[in-house]
Structures are given as C-alpha cells and as structure tokens.
Design a protein around this ligand. Structure first.
Ligand SMILES: O=C(O)CCC(=O)C(=O)O
Length: 251
C-alpha cells in the first residue's frame, strides 16, 4: 500500500513538474504527422473572444504602444512545418485576384486563398471572398492555433509569396466584420520575411522577422492604431506561406 502510495505521489509530482516546464504546446496533435484528430473538436476551448485572455506562456509580448502583439518563434517544430509547407502548397486552391487601384485593375502581388466556415465571407480592397470549405489539415492547424490563442477562429486568409518580389501592402485588419478588437493569429512557413508595423498616428515603426514555424498574435487595439505589411526584398528567392486566422462575424 505504501509502495503504491509512493509511486502515485511520484507520478503526480512528475506530472506537475512537466506541466510547469512545458506549459505551452498543446498535445492534441502528434506533431510528427499532424493528422486531423477528432479530439480537437471536443477539447477546443470554446467561443471566447475576450481580450483579457492572454496567450499561453512562452509567447513574448512586443513592446509597442497602443498594441497587444505576442510572438513565439518555433511555435511549430521544423520537421512538422516542412511537411505542412509541402502539403499546403499542393492542396490549397491558390488564386491571384485583381484589386481596383485608382480606377486600374491590378493583380495582387502574391497568391492567396480564403478558407472558413460557410458564413465567413470577407471583403477587402474591393475583393469579395467567399470561403472555401476547410481542408482537413488546415482545420487541424486552426484548432491548434486556437489552443495557443485561447479563442476560436472561423476563417483564414492564406498568402503565398513566391519569392521576395511578392508582398503585402501596409494595411490594418479593421473591417467591421472582424469586430473592434479582433484577435488575429498569423502563422508562417517557409522563407523568413520581415513583418513591418507602422503606427497610424505617430508614424513609429516596428519590424519583426517572422520565421518558419513562428506564430504572431495581434489583439487588443492593434488594428485600430497600427498598420502592418510585408515589403518586397531583392535578397529573398524562396517562397513563404502565411496564415492569418480570424473570426469573421457573419453579417
Ligand atoms: O504575410 C504576412 O505575414 C502578412 C499577412 C497579412 O497582413 C494579412 O493577411 O492581413
């Protein structure tokens, strides 16, 4: 009995120590294959859009006024990230839509795809995007992000930058359907690119390199005060993929 008690006590203590040392990565998925897991639906944290919730530990809060931005490099291990990059490159339905700029029609300087729940349609720069039905692994990735962000998402914009000549203009994700203080999770795969912020009033700039497997979370007032974008770079020849998970309020 004593032996049983000691063994049980030891295993409880060791679980507590493990939890304290590795509080971040939720273990809903075996990262080595990243298969969709039915448990993800059961264990998702529920619909929680409160900004008082903070992302899990190991995220670093960036020092930016009027913003709440969290970053974790190596949020996903490289071997899993490599497989996902190859998978998504082939599996997603990429397109290069046109935007109207001063009366001219221009193709966006990247490829993109919009996935989400049925009612999660989205419009920006005159592009109306109806959501494509979730790809299984994309849905699993969404669930995995939700664990870290302590919220739920119903859609994702995926951008594919073929090389350093592809870019994303400075903008804020402040469309009314995203709500006043949207939580946006930005996951990156492939080539490292600089993510540039610019304060809309003071003009202050902040540059964050985003690497293969990093997760950046923007919440609070970030979209009200800061624009963000990806500038062209002559030095980059490799492709990059970025996923911005969002919650679009159905209109
Ligand atoms: O590629 C990125 O990191 C930026 C994507 C972005 O700004 C957006 O989807 O709104």
């Amino acid at each position: 009995m004593n032996l049983f008690f000691n063994v049980t006590l030891c295993s409880i203590i060791s679980s507590i120590v493990k939890l304290a040392l590795h509080p971040v990565q939720p273990t809903l998925f075996n990262q080595s294959d990243f298969q969709y897991c039915e448990d993800a639906d059961r264990d998702a944290p529920g619909s929680n859009h409160s900004n008082s919730e903070q992302p899990a530990a190991n995220f670093r809060k960036l020092e930016m006024p009027d913003a709440e931005v969290w970053l974790m490099h190596n949020w996903m291990q490289a071997s899993t990230a490599n497989k996902l990059f190859l998978y998504f490159k082939d599996a997603l339905q990429w397109s290069q839509p046109e935007i109207s700029l001063f009366g001219n029609k221009l193709k966006v300087p990247r490829l993109q795809a919009w996935y989400g729940d049925k009612d999660a349609s989205y419009a920006y720069s005159g592009i109306q995007m109806a959501a494509l039905a979730w790809d299984k692994k994309l849905y699993a990735l969404k669930k995995y992000c939700e664990q870290s962000c302590q919220t739920t998402f119903n859609s994702v914009l995926v951008n594919y930058y073929r090389d350093g000549q592809d870019s994303m203009g400075m903008h804020a994700d402040n469309e009314s359907e995203l709500g006043k203080q949207p939580i946006i999770a930005s996951f990156s795969l492939g080539a490292s690119r600089n993510f540039d912020f610019k304060h809309m009033k003071s003009g202050q700039k902040h540059r964050v390199p985003l690497h293969h497997g990093s997760l950046l979370i923007m919440c609070g007032n970030t979209q009200q005060y800061w624009q963000h974008g990806i500038h062209k770079s002559k030095r980059i020849n490799e492709p990059r993929m970025n996923f911005t998970f969002r919650f679009v309020h159905p209109c």
